[in-house]
Design a protein around this ligand. Sequence first.
Ligand code: SF4
Length: 298
Amino acid sequence: MSVPGVKRLRLHKTLGKQIEALHRVRQPQARLQADPIEMPRRYRDPLDIEVVGLLSATLAYGRVGLFKPVVEKILSLCGGSPFRYVATFDAKRERPRFKGLYYRFNRSEDFVSFLDRMGQVIRQHDSLGRCFLSHYREADEDIGPALSGFIAALHAARPDALSRGLAYMLPSPEAGSACKRLNLYLRWMIRPDDGIDFGFWKAIPSSKLIIPLDTHVIRIAAYLGLSRRKSPDWKMAKEITEALKRFDPADPVKYDFALCHLGISGDCPLQADPEKCEACLLREGCRRGRRALRRIAS
Ligand code: SF4
């Protein structure tokens, strides 16, 4: 084996240990308030959680403090059971209650159409989970085909064309999108309950998940050499997931929460900060971290 090959293997082993340590030490409970999963975590009934989860995940773009009030407002309209509200949703009756509600790319009619589509799918399949599972095949390499089928069902639930805002909420892997927020939802529904994720859809193994390609994950994955791709699309999400499988083939996406919150918390800032790198568990497996350590030592 060549010397660079040995060096690469050593770095890879180091990174594996460090990323595992990061996953173990980062305290998810302390970070829940800064994560959209806090909203579905308020509910007990899995059917409510599926509905609130999809709503919270699809609107999880921009800062938590900005999209949370919009989700809160919609939840306040849902009453005690978001599942029952959505399953019996009547767009004509409910439309006036959404008047004036908007969030960045999304207008009130997007929310009405979204809830109406969810309601149609629930009436057809009994729940969002059953709809998703009806599109899943064990032979699928990953969750992509099932997600495409699920999204196609939501698109087809109403005859009218998708608005731009709604198309942004409901992208499909078929079009090459990284589907960050939908992969986040799938992580919540499929990964085992560890105090963060819920593990409701047990028929699907965690190994089929694809990492939600959050801006912090993209940046930190590049520092760690997990992807060389430039375009933040489905291919990049797959490549990073494959790289994480080297550390845990059965559950590669378990690292997502820790990596993402390393960025959200400011512990891995956009601007290089040698002091933060010195304190970071990933420093020896991280290109930028190693550079910072060399600078400190010189
Ligand atoms: S070592 Fe520095 S750049 Fe690398 S992940 Fe940690 S804080 Fe970020």
